[in-house]
Design a protein around this ligand. Structure first.
Ligand SMILES: Nc1ncnc2c1ncn2[C@@H]1O[C@H](COP(=O)(O)OP(=O)(O)O)[C@@H](O)[C@H]1O
Ligand SMILES: [Mg+2]
Length: 261
């Protein structure tokens, strides 16, 4: 992976801040199915990394491990130099605050208005006052183009609007890392562009590290610093989007891209 030359620190062992996310020899099994097999994986701060690869190759599993929605069987996961796995519950909760996720199915709280969907976690988890949380929520709704939807319920919004609320909700926690798992796959085609535009904006105007699973290859090409091709739980090829899409080395990558492009 590339190195940030403007962010070099002397290599004194503990100052290895070049990686915000680090998987070391991570293995994840479901019964007899070894989904990730000794995976080593790094993401540098502020980078936008896209995971591509066939269905079932383990992309969602990687994001779920980072969200602590699943636990590895072996290996270590570190975020911003702090252990996420294995670690004590208290530490896991702290590290977990650095990470936000948006899912394919928006997973909004259906019984809460839009504003409350966004303020809930900042109030209960971060301890913000309701006023502070609402101010932050309104700014974010503005960013995602939904300033007028504060008082709507999720069920009154289109899928694209719900997904933009879900993005605002994730950002309200001021995460260092935003995980995006096929966030436009469940949307009607005409609603996809609006969501991708919001994400392009976030990629351009914030320093949030993004780890993205998508089949939207034009979007991936626009926002990614690096694209990783996954197959059977392994990174089989990685590189900048120009090369990965323009001149992939691996036969498997070529096959996959010709099927989706
Ligand atoms: N909760 C689960 N229980 C059993 N098997 C699972 C579970 N989650 C994922 N898997 C299996 O792990 C493999 C990788 O899944 P996943 O990470 O969702 O792949 P991708 O996101 O690349 O499509 C698949 O074979 C899937 O069936
Ligand atoms: Mg998936």
């Amino acid at each position: 992976m590339s190195v940030d030359t403007d962010n070099q620190t002397p290599d004194t062992g503990h100052l290895r801040t070049q990686e915000l996310i680090r998987f070391d020899k991570v293995t994840k099994r479901f019964g007899d199915n070894t989904v990730l097999d000794g995976l080593d994986f790094r993401v540098e701060p502020g980078k936008h990394v896209t995971l591509i690869g066939p269905s079932g190759s383990g992309k969602t599993t990687i994001l779920r491990l980072l969200m602590t929605l699943a636990k590895p069987d072996e290996g270590t996961i570190t975020v911003a130099g702090e252990r996420l796995f294995p670690a004590e519950e208290k530490q896991i909760r702290e590290v977990r605050k650095k990470i936000g996720m948006v899912f394919q199915q928006f997973n909004l709280f259906p019984n809460m208005k839009v504003l409350r969907n966004i303020t809930e976690a900042p109030v209960t988890v971060l301890g913000l006052s309701r006023d502070e949380a609402e101010e932050r929520a309104r700014e974010l709704l503005d960013l995602v183009g939904l300033a007028d939807k504060c008082d709507a319920y999720p069920g009154q919004l289109s899928g694209g609007q719900q997904q933009r609320v879900a993005i605002a909700r994730a950002l309200a926690m001021r995460p260092r890392v935003l995980l995006l798992d096929e966030v436009t796959s469940a949307l009607d085609p005409e609603l996809v562009a609006g969501v991708l535009d919001v994400l392009r904006d976030i990629a351009r105007t914030t320093d949030i590290t993004m780890l993205c699973v998508t089949h939207e290859m034009n979007f991936a090409r626009d926002i990614s610093d690096q694209v990783l091709m996954f197959d059977s739980g392994h990174v089989i090829e990685a590189g900048p989007p120009e090369r990965m899409f323009g001149d992939p080395e691996h036969e498997r990558t070529r096959e996959f891209l010709s099927a989706v492009l």
